[in-house]
Ligand binder design. Structure first.
Ligand SMILES: Cc1cc2nc3c(=O)[nH]c(=O)nc-3n(C[C@H](O)[C@H](O)[C@H](O)COP(=O)(O)O)c2cc1C
Length: 237
């Protein structure tokens, strides 16, 4: 096994941090590694906002009460960004039509790949972190807090710092239930129930709801309105 694969397999989200800063040179390494992720047509359709000030972290925490945000040494906001695309396109055409699913997939996938690179780079330096997708449920307020212009939107945040918690790596679904040979294999419900039990064993006393209950909570109701409203305001839908 390579050191890289070992690092990837040891990943666990960290939500509690020590009171210790991340030096600028480490952060620059993390962000430079993030930038080297592949992107659709090399458009690099994302931006990252680095939040170091406690005031801003606290202001974000007021909107999105996740303890990792205010404890983080650095909080990174990954922004889906077609604002630069508009400026580039304008050099050649008067029409700019980023609205729709493709623009969102392009920018969200680019942001996600950069984000995963950042997290792994941070972990390789001894830091820990967690992705905070819940920023999307307050998209409009978060956009305002960070002064996001047209054609941009928050995709997720990332809290980073020196870990102040210990726990086991979270077990994944069995490989053969997510990786198929040659064609898709639809799964039966017993696969879900088996993984519910794996997750319950892993979580132990910390378990409040089962894995499939969380699926029901997420997908058993219409999506929260803030994400769509914000995307409409930013001219992306
Ligand atoms: C897109 C995305 C959004 C996430 N949002 C949150 C979040 O808002 N709060 C949180 O505590 N964890 C969040 N997570 C972390 C996941 O809960 C975590 O990655 C998952 O449970 C697997 O655990 P592990 O990362 O420790 O292996 C998010 C992860 C992803 C990929």
């Amino acid at each position: 096994m390579t050191e890289t694969i070992k690092l990837m397999k040891a990943h666990k989200s960290v939500r509690r941090f020590k009171e210790q800063v991340i030096p600028q040179e480490d952060l620059t390494e993390i962000l430079t590694a993030a930038q080297m992720a592949s992107s659709w047509k090399n458009f690099q359709s994302y931006s990252v906002i680095v939040v170091r000030s406690q005031e801003k972290k606290d202001a974000l925490y007021e909107l999105v009460p996740q303890e990792a945000i205010r404890q983080s040494a650095v909080f990174l906001l990954f922004v889906g960004d077609l604002n630069r695309a508009e400026k580039g396109a304008q050099l050649h055409t008067d029409t700019f039509q980023p609205q729709g699913v493709e623009g969102l997939l392009i920018s969200s996938v680019d942001a996600a790949l950069a984000g995963q690179n950042a997290l792994l780079a941070a972990e390789s330096l001894g830091y820990g972190g967690v992705i905070i997708g819940l920023v999307r449920y307050k998209s409009e307020e978060v956009s305002e807090l960070f002064n996001l212009p047209d054609y941009t939107y928050p995709v997720f945040g990332m809290a980073l710092g020196l870990p102040n918690e210990e726990h086991e790596v979270k077990p994944r679904l069995p490989l053969n239930q997510v990786v198929f040979e040659e064609e898709y294999q639809e799964q039966t419900v017993d696969v879900i129930e088996a993984y519910d039990r794996v997750q319950a064993d892993y979580a132990g006393a910390r378990a409040t709801t089962s894995w499939s209950q969380r699926l029901a909570e997420q997908f058993g109701q219409a999506e929260p309105s803030s994400t769509r409203k914000n995307l409409e305001q930013k001219k992306l839908l």
